[in-house]
Design a protein around this ligand. Structure first.
Ligand SMILES: Nc1ncnc2c1ncn2[C@@H]1O[C@H](COP(=O)(O)OP(=O)(O)OP(=O)(O)O)[C@@H](O)[C@H]1O
Ligand SMILES: [Mg+2]
Length: 227
């Protein structure tokens, strides 16, 4: 379970609050989309779950971990339980697809045997087993995003955070990626998606939390994007 309790956020160089008194509970296994205008606070909210930003007041919980009070030395352990996917993929350009995933696994402490076993499985899961030896520049946007999802899944996270994962993709690739996120969610992983894409949200038929000026303005079980 994820819980935000009375969470407010203000960046040090800003006067306005990026988040105001947010209360939100997400059960394990849910698929939740976060929508709202640019600057509404979607990324700020998600960044607090990986300890990248801290609230000025309130509590952020993942299971029994109080993330906003986590000691810096425990952050790597927290982040191993969370997979993160961004709009701009963040792949290493000088490494192959295989290496982009294997290096992340190495850093997370996986053994050589685990890496050899899991990388092909992950590439199969995201549908690009044949791209193992290619470099990122040889891939389409959709393929790059699949690599970044495979990498995010490589340490078996309980939670997958996808912040605008389809922002750079065309329609076909967008739906392929969304279907992949649904498949991952069906296997039990909690998925949190921030998106501007009205059509995607309306097709998903999942919970939608609308954020406006740092506040939750709507929380719908099977939601639509109205703004
Ligand atoms: N590092 C930062 N320093 C100062 N202000 C920030 C920082 N990051 C975000 N903000 C501010 O916090 C507010 C919320 O930003 P946030 O990035 O969370 O919005 P968002 O909903 O993700 O927007 P977008 O849809 O454009 O990604 C905005 O007013 C933004 O300018
Ligand atoms: Mg954002």
């Amino acid at each position: 379970m994820i819980r935000f309790v009375n969470v407010s956020k203000r960046y040090s160089n800003e006067d306005n609050f990026a988040l105001k008194n947010v209360n939100l509970t997400i059960q394990s296994g849910e698929f939740v989309s976060f929508v709202g205008q640019s600057g509404a606070g979607k990324s700020s909210l998600l960044k607090m779950l990986i300890g990248e930003e801290k609230p000025v007041s309130g509590e952020v919980w993942i299971e029994d971990i109080r993330v906003d009070q986590i000691k810096p030395e425990f952050l790597p352990y927290l982040r191993r339980r969370i997979g993160v996917v961004f709009q701009d993929f963040k792949l290493l350009p000088t490494r192959t697809v295989y290496e982009n995933i294997s290096l992340a696994m190495e850093v997370a402490g996986a053994t050589k045997a685990e890496i050899k076993r899991d990388v092909p499985k992950l590439l199969n899961l995201v549908g690009i087993p044949e791209k193992s030896s290619n470099y990122p520049k040889e891939l389409s946007g959709g393929e790059k995003q699949r690599v970044s999802i495979a990498r995010a899944l490589s340490h078996n996270p309980i939670l997958l955070i996808a912040d605008e994962p389809t922002g750079n993709l065309d329609k076909t690739n967008t739906y392929d990626i969304i279907n992949l996120l649904l498949k991952i969610n069906n296997s039990g992983t909690t998925v949190l998606l921030a998106t501007h894409d009205q059509e995607v949200v309306n097709k998903l038929q999942k919970r939608v939390v609308t954020i406006g000026s740092g506040e939750i303005v709507l929380d719908q079980e099977i939601g639509k994007y109205y703004i």
